[in-house]
Design a protein. Structure first.
Ligand code: AMP
Ligand code: MG
Length: 305
């Protein structure tokens, strides 16, 4: 299945979330049947991320949005798990701090944007400023309504600097959300995640759907596309997202860079360094593992003391 084609929000297209089934799982029957495919994608992602890091010229920004318990943390855990932490970062966008509020709304997003060679995951993002902010009227309509254009410009700026962008809306049903809230109540490992706001926000579900629809319609562009991922089944969500990420990185045609040094000259230097090393090493230590030598020395020292 071509997940990218299936779940893409067409640029400037009309999208109605009510028409998309959050429980959709295509022809895939169960987690068991998808598990090896997900594992393959995760492995592939690790290899592609290594190339992105080695190339060091471009970057990838992954935006994760969704209502509470939609599974944003789960995607970070399951899909990005195989990558090297040196080249992958996660930024969580919570309620803005005083310092953040004292700046324009894109300031904190720009500061967290990925450096060349990096993958950056936004767990929530600058989109909160046209979602929660709009739903709770934290600023007036005349302010938030201008932000879609600013967001498009901001993302264009990042694109021009070599940052590829992919954005996922994790689509769950109110029923599924309640099931997950119940699981949190019952699971000592997850109980810490519960917030009172989970329930107050839930009351604003229709307003959030409206705000999300507007954001998706106004900011899905050819080069910074939104995908609506049916996410009631966690494994299907992971399958679809990992597949789209592999496609996105593969399309970047990442290449391990050619060495910046003269390999012939470096090989000669290596051999002369090796000969020098062997010449200088005391006869009894040649070929012996270093750890044994050190142990021997410390025994001797102990003897002296
Ligand atoms: P969580 O993702 O569960 O840790 O919750 C973070 C909370 O911060 C969510 O309720 C978000 O809606 C909220 N939040 C994130 N960005 C903003 C923002 N710009 N203004 C107000 N609230 C925000
Ligand atoms: Mg939460």
């Amino acid at each position: 299945m071509d997940f990218a084609k299936e779940f893409l929000v067409p640029p400037d297209g009309k999208i109605k979330l009510a028409d998309i089934d959050p429980g959709y799982k295509g022809k895939n029957e169960s987690h068991a049947s998808a598990a090896s495919e997900i594992a393959g994608h995760v492995q592939c992602l690790a290899e592609l991320q290594y190339r992105l890091y080695a190339e060091g010229k471009r970057s990838l920004l992954i935006v994760l949005q969704g209502l509470d318990a939609a599974g944003k943390d789960g995607v970070v855990r399951h899909v990005i798990s195989g990558t090297n932490p040196q080249g992958v970062k996660v930024a969580c966008f919570k309620q803005p701090t005083h310092e953040e509020l004292a700046h324009d709304f894109l300031w904190r997003a720009h500061r967290a944007a990925p450096a060349r060679g990096e993958i950056m995951i936004f767990n929530r993002s600058h989109y909160e400023d046209v979602l929660v902010v709009r739903v709770h009227e934290l600023v007036t309509k005349s302010v938030w309504s201008k932000r879609y254009d600013r967001i498009r410009e901001f993302e264009k700026l990042l694109l021009q600097a070599g940052t590829h962008i992919v954005k996922f809306y994790l689509h769950i049903s109110p029923d599924e959300q309640l099931t997950r809230f119940k699981q949190r109540l019952d699971d000592p490992q997850r109980i810490w995640k519960i917030r009172e706001s989970d329930y107050t926000e839930r009351e604003h579900w229709p307003a959030y759907v409206e705000a999300y629809q507007d954001a998706l319609r106004k900011t899905s562009t050819r080069r910074a596309p939104w995908y609506v991922i049916p996410s009631n089944h966690k494994w299907f969500r992971d399958l679809a997202i990992s597949s789209i990420l592999v496609d996105t990185l593969a399309d970047m045609k990442l290449q391990i860079p050619k060495p910046a040094v003269d390999l012939h000259a470096i090989r000669l230097r290596f051999h002369s360094a090796k000969m020098e090393q062997e010449k200088n090493a005391p006869r009894r230590e040649r070929g012996k593992p270093r750890a044994r030598t050190l142990a021997h020395r410390s025994r001797k020292q102990r003897g002296k003391a």
